[in-house]
Design a protein around this ligand. Structure first.
Ligand SMILES: [Zn+2]
Length: 263
């Protein structure tokens, strides 16, 4: 509309702030729509003392890559309906055009949230002796189909944890597979992500772990370029988080999990 400008405004307030109801009242009065996002904030102490942390990419460095760029998967032990959990069998391939997006970053993630780190950070992680992790090479696929090896690695976890406790909140289900019920999980804006595990299920957890639960809906298609897969979340110990933070990495949110007794 001529003469009318739309401006996006983001406001962060504590849930018990008395201005919250007044803000909603004003928005309603002026017929404005809004998006509410509910998140927990944690102190450094809380992060440092967590049993495990969800390592969640915050889209500061997001790269197009994955199955549609040639990354291959093995489905022999996966759900026949949705392919969960597919086992990656090749390096990570990304779009060549995306290379400039990596500049100025030491870590990031693919569009489907698979973590990528630069070579030096991969070395630091390896040298720390952190358990449960391994790395895959990252290649860019150029316009002429040439594959160029990048000085980046995909961070992967070797093992999957048992399912979360049903006390977990803030993870919604979207188009989950009705055969395996293992995918379609997703963080929701309506409630903070509060992942809960039974203590005994974490007894032999590594420093880097996959969740049994997979995010994203999945669709297996004859053409890999049309195929969508579900992926596990990555949960790490504070030791791993500290290595990322010491490297100045800000491209991930760290969300502590909660642990309950088995009784
Ligand atoms: Zn399935």
């Amino acid at each position: 509309m001529v003469g009318k400008r739309q401006v996006w405004v983001s406001v962060t307030l504590a849930e018990d702030d008395e201005r919250v109801p007044r803000l909603f009242e004003l928005l309603r009065k002026h017929n404005e729509t809004w998006l509410e996002v509910h998140e927990d904030r944690y102190t450094d102490d809380e992060l440092d003392n967590a049993r495990l942390l969800l390592m969640h990419p915050n889209r500061e460095c997001e790269i197009d890559g994955g199955i549609w760029c040639g990354t291959t998967y093995d489905w022999s032990e996966a759900c026949p309906a949705c392919g969960t959990p597919a086992r990656q069998t090749s390096a990570m391939f990304i779009e060549g055009e995306e290379i400039p997006k990596l500049e100025g970053h030491r870590a990031g993630a693919t569009l489907v949230e698979l973590p990528l780190v630069d070579e030096r950070l991969a070395e630091a992680l390896e040298e720390s002796g952190a358990t449960g992790l391994y790395f895959r090479s990252v290649y860019a696929v150029m316009e002429d189909r040439r594959q160029v090896k990048l000085r980046w690695k995909q961070l992967c976890a070797k093992r999957s944890l048992p399912p979360m406790s049903p006390l977990t909140t803030g993870l919604g289900r979207y188009h989950e597979c009705e055969v395996c019920m293992r995918n379609g999980y997703g963080r929701t804006s309506e409630a903070p992500t509060r992942i809960v595990y039974r203590a005994s299920d974490l007894a032999d957890a590594d420093d880097v772990n996959m969740t049994w639960e997979h995010y994203n809906e999945a669709a297996l298609k004859p053409d890999m370029r049309d195929t969508h897969l579900s992926y596990p979340y990555i949960l790490v110990t504070p030791k791993v988080m500290r290595i990322f933070r010491a490297a100045g990495v800000t491209e991930f949110d760290w969300i502590p999990i909660r642990v309950v007794d088995d009784a």
